[in-house]
Write a protein that binds this ligand. Structure first.
Ligand SMILES: *Cc1c(COP(=O)(O)O)cnc(C)c1O
Length: 409
C-alpha cells in the first residue's frame, strides 16, 4: 500500500444536521418516553415544560425563563414586551438572521440597522449610538457566532438613554460577559433551539428576564394572553400561541443537562485550532472582548485578500475539495439588502411599518455600511460542533494552512 500523506486523506467532519454532530441519547429518550406514557403532550398540563423553564433559568442565573416555539418567536415575544407603537424604531444589527428582524415589522416597529465592528461582526456602543433617535424604543444586540458583544459599554449607553436592551443570544449559550452569562445582562434574552444551535429540539426557543412585569407580559404573549392561574382570567391583549409541546420540552431538558459539556468541548477544540493556526499571514482567528468567553457556535476566520488570492471565497473553494464546507461571507449580503427590505414587502401593499418611518432611518443602502461590507467580505465561517476531536481540528488546521500557502500572493 502506498502511504498517503495525512492531509491528502478526505475526512468527514461531524455535522450538526445529523447524529454525527449531535448528542441525543438515553436522557432525551427516557424523558420523551415518560411524556408519551403520561398521555399529556401540552405544557399547560404536563410537567416537562415547567421543569425545563426552571432548570434553564437556574443554569443561566436568571429569575424567569419561558419556552417558546423558535428563536424568531422569542424575538417576537421580547419585542411585544417592549410594546412599541407603530412607527417606533428598534435598533438592530446589519448582520443577523431574518428571524430576528421580521418580528419587529409584525409589531409595527421599524428596524434601524447599526454598523458592526469588522473584527467581530458585532454591534458596539459606538455603532448603536450613531443610529439612536427620539423614536428609538429598544435596542437588540446579537452575540454573533458565540462571541458576546461588549455589554458594559452597551448597557451604560442604554441606561443613560433609558432604552431597554434585548439580547439575541440564539448563537451564544453560556458565554461569560464578566460574571454573567450572555443573554442575562439586558432586559430580555432570546435563545433558539433550532437544529444547528448549541442545544436543539429541531425547532424551539426560550426567553429570559429578571424583570417581573416583563416576565408576566412574555408569559401571557406565549399563551394568547390568557391569564392562566388568575382569579378572573380573560384574553387581556392581542397575542399568539407560542407554546412548545411536552415532547420538545423533554428533548430540551436532556439537551440542557449536557450544555456545559457541549460548550466546554467546543471551547477546547477551538483553542486547539487557534494554536495550530498561529502565524498564518493574512488569516486571523476570532477577537474576543475583554472579560468575555467565546462559545464557538461557528469558528470565524477573517481573510485578507491583499495577501491571500481570492480572499475568503478563494479559500472556501479549495477547502470544499477537502470536505470542509465553510461559509465565505456568511450571509453574503446584509439583512437590509434582502428583497423584503428593498421592496418593503409586508402587509398587503401598505409597506407598513416603513410607511410610518423617518425616511433617513430606512435608507437601506450598502454605501452607508462600509464596515458591514468589509466584515462580510473578509469573513470565512468554519462549521463547528461539540463532536469535533483533535483529529478533526488537525485536519482543518492542516488544510487551512495548505490552502493559504497555495493562494499566497
Ligand atoms: C437562529 C437565529 C435566530 C432565529 O431562530 P429560529 O429558531 O431559527 O427562529 C435569530 N437570531 C439569530 C442570531 C439566530 O442565529
Amino acid at each position: 500500500m502506498t502511504p498517503v500523506a495525512k492531509t491528502e486523506r478526505l475526512m468527514m467532519l461531524p455535522s450538526d444536521q445529523d447524529m454525527s454532530g449531535r448528542t441525543f441519547g438515553p436522557e432525551e429518550r427516557k424523558y420523551v418516553e415518560e411524556v408519551l406514557a403520561s398521555g399529556t403532550l401540552t405544557t399547560t398540563k404536563g410537567k416537562f415544560g415547567r421543569l425545563l423553564e426552571q432548570k434553564f433559568a437556574e443554569k443561566l442565573g436568571v429569575k424567569y425563563a419561558y419556552a417558546c416555539t423558535s428563536g424568531s418567536a422569542a424575538i417576537h415575544i421580547a419585542v411585544a414586551a417592549v410594546n412599541p407603537n407603530p412607527g417606533d424604531e428598534i435598533v438592530t444589527t446589519s448582520i443577523t438572521d431574518m428571524g430576528a428582524l421580521t418580528p419587529l415589522m409584525y409589531r409595527g416597529a421599524v428596524p434601524v440597522f447599526a454598523e458592526v465592528d469588522p473584527k467581530t461582526l458585532n454591534v458596539t456602543a459606538k455603532t448603536i449610538e450613531a443610529v439612536l433617535s427620539e423614536r428609538t424604543k429598544a435596542i437588540i444586540v446579537t452575540h454573533l457566532f458565540g462571541n458576546p458583544c461588549e455589554m458594559d459599554e452597551i448597557m451604560a449607553l442604554a441606561k443613560e438613554r433609558n432604552i431597554p436592551v434585548i439580547e439575541d443570544s440564539a448563537q451564544t449559550f453560556m458565554a461569560k460577559c464578566g460574571d454573567k452569562f450572555a443573554g442575562t445582562i439586558g432586559d430580555i434574552g432570546c435563545f433558539s433551539f433550532q437544529q444547528g444551535k448549541h442545544m436543539t429540539t429541531g425547532e424551539g426557543g426560550m426567553v429570559v428576564t429578571n424583570d417581573d412585569a416583563i416576565a408576566r407580559h412574555m408569559f401571557l404573549y406565549i399563551n394568547k394572553a390568557w391569564g392562566y392561574g388568575d382569579a378572573n382570567p380573560d384574553h387581556y391583549f392581542m397575542a399568539l400561541n407560542y407554546r412548545v409541546s411536552e415532547l420538545q420540552a423533554a428533548v430540551a431538558l436532556g439537551q440542557l443537562e449536557k450544555l456545559e459539556e457541549c460548550v466546554a468541548n467546543r471551547q477546547r477544540t477551538a483553542a486547539m485550532l487557534a494554536e495550530l493556526l498561529k502565524g498564518i499571514d493574512g488569516v486571523e482567528t476570532p477577537m474576543i472582548a475583554n472579560g468575555s468567553t467565546h462559545v464557538y457556535w461557528k469558528y470565524c476566520l477573517t481573510v485578507d485578500d491583499t495577501k491571500i488570492d481570492g480572499g475568503s471565497v478563494g479559500m472556501a473553494n479549495l477547502l470544499k475539495e477537502k470536505n470542509i464546507f465553510s461559509a465565505p461571507r456568511y450571509i453574503v449580503k446584509p439583512a437590509f439588502m434582502c428583497q423584503v427590505f428593498q421592496e418593503k414587502n409586508t402587509l398587503g401593499d401598505s409597506h407598513f411599518p416603513f410607511n410610518l418611518a423617518r425616511p433617513e432611518a430606512v435608507d437601506y443602502s450598502m454605501d452607508k455600511y462600509p464596515a458591514t461590507a468589509k466584515a462580510l467580505h473578509d469573513v470565512l465561517v468554519l462549521p463547528w460542533n461539540e463532536k469535533y476531536t483533535e483529529e478533526h481540528v488537525r485536519y482543518i488546521a492542516d488544510n487551512v494552512r495548505i490552502v493559504a500557502s497555495k493562494l499566497r500572493k
